[in-house]
Design a protein around this ligand. Structure first.
Ligand code: PMP
Length: 411
């Protein structure tokens, strides 16, 4: 059993009033709040351990280096990577995806020199801009083509079409594990296996899944898995890229500078081994240690119970919201995770979001960095409520009441 009351004590930020009303924080898909243990770990680092890593012979530098590499091992264990060198620390999902798009672009033989038409990358119709624009820009720079796997009106991907698109021989497939707008949990294990039948590597955007379900990259057999710390109770400015060692060995570096080199002369540079080849410059050590603590925080909880709790919040919210006249849910897949997106006929999502904010309820409105999804559904945006492990059924009630009241005022 989860004790939500105990858990909430770890999140003092939740215990406040906004506009005189108790805060209900339902914007967790944008970023989660941070538990005290994470905040204290980062503070402790700056109080006692702060130092640049890998380069110093002195005590503090060695201590900070050890702590940073320990954090890498913790991340590797958390996603069940075979080796710690398969984990690259980045600023988050966006940087990880830019790293991959750029590295693939510069991989010899990847961009066919005399036949640009053969350069194709396959994404899905429900991607966040972070998993769309880097690939789109990369293929466009090289005269290639972005293939887009369609979805239906419930927000479910078309797997028959997927098989056909794989036969067009994309060089990479990049798919969201969970859609940040629709909440759809995509059948990624099956999709990875299908792509591997054609020897196509698969990137999984795990930004919305890592906090909500255990990830096992070996079981999934994905070639890459990317995520952001700040969506899993860790600090901002840190995240990760898992890559199979054989792929990371093959890919060229993304950024150049200190740490990622082996030897340098004016004529020639050789590069460091994994994972350092992809970590140019001074990393965000404090945040990496905060990420490690966030992982330990999650590991100390019954993760099955967390999943069930978040699902209970979701089902309750859907049931209660369904009573509202003119409501339209955006995303109705059977397999879905803890968020609900909707619009109410005749009401702009922005107006609804602004009004319920004044009632203490924080939700996100707009296109959620997924404009093509809005185009698909023919809407300007949605209201999105997204849940985390510290949210309660009482908060869902307050939220639904606020939505009902705002809808009445706006009609
Ligand atoms: N992909 C998905 C599915 C997301 O939800 C987000 C964040 N909303 C991102 C990518 C980008 O993450 P970040 O801004 O942390 O880099």
């Amino acid at each position: 059993m989860l004790s939500i009351n105990e858990i909430r004590k770890q999140f003092p930020v939740l215990d406040q009033h906004v506009y005189g009303k108790p805060l209900v924080y339902f914007d967790n898909a944008a970023t989660t709040q941070k538990p005290l243990c994470v905040i204290e770990r980062e503070r402790d680092y700056y109080l006692h351990e702060n130092c640049n890593i890998h380069r110093g012979v002195h005590y503090l530098s060695q201590k900070a280096t050890e702590a940073y590499e320990h954090a890498r091992q913790t991340v590797a264990d958390f996603v069940n990577a075979k080796e710690a060198r398969e984990i690259i620390f980045t600023r988050g999902t966006t940087e990880s995806l830019n790293l991959l798009a750029t590295a693939f672009e510069h991989l010899d033989c990847f961009v066919p020199r005399n036949d640009a038409k053969r350069l194709k990358v396959l994404v899905t119709a429900m991607e966040h801009h972070s998993n769309l624009v880097p690939w789109q820009q990369m293929v466009q720079r090289n005269g290639g083509e972005l293939l887009v796997l369609p979805m239906d009106n419930k927000g479910v991907l078309d797997l028959e079409q997927y098989e056909k698109l794989l036969q067009e021989c994309p060089k990479v497939v990049s798919i969201a594990h969970i859609s940040n707008v629709l909440g759809t949990i995509n059948p990624i294990k099956q999709m990875i296996a299908m792509a591997h039948n054609y020897d196509i590597p698969v990137v999984i955007d795990g930004a919305q899944s890592i906090a909500h379900q255990p990830i096992d990259v070996q079981d999934l057999d994905c070639d890459f898995f990317v995520f952001s710390g700040h969506k899993m109770y860790a600090p901002m400015g840190i995240g990760g890229l898992y890559g199979k060692a054989e792929w990371l060995e093959k890919l060229p570096p993304y950024q150049f500078g200190g740490e990622m080199v082996d030897t340098v002369s004016f004529e020639k540079t050789t590069f460091n081994v994994l994972p350092y080849k992809f970590e140019a410059g001074t990393p965000n050590v404090g945040a990496a240690l905060g990420l490690e603590t966030a992982i330990q925080f999650l590991q100390n909880l019954d993760r099955k119970a967390v999943e069930e709790h978040e699902n209970q919040l979701l089902q309750f919210a859907i049931k209660q919201l369904s009573e509202i006249e003119g409501i339209r849910f955006i995303g109705e897949a059977e397999q879905r995770s803890g968020l609900v997106s909707f619009i109410i006929e005749g009401i702009h999502p922005y107006d609804l979001g602004t009004l319920i904010d004044k009632m203490g309820v924080a939700v996100r409105t707009g296109h959620h960095c997924a404009e093509p999804v809005m185009t698909h559904f023919g809407i300007p945006g949605t209201v999105r409520a997204s849940f985390a492990l510290y949210n309660t059924l009482e908060e869902v009630e307050i939220f639904v009441k606020a939505v009902k009241k705002a809808a009445m005022m706006l009609r």
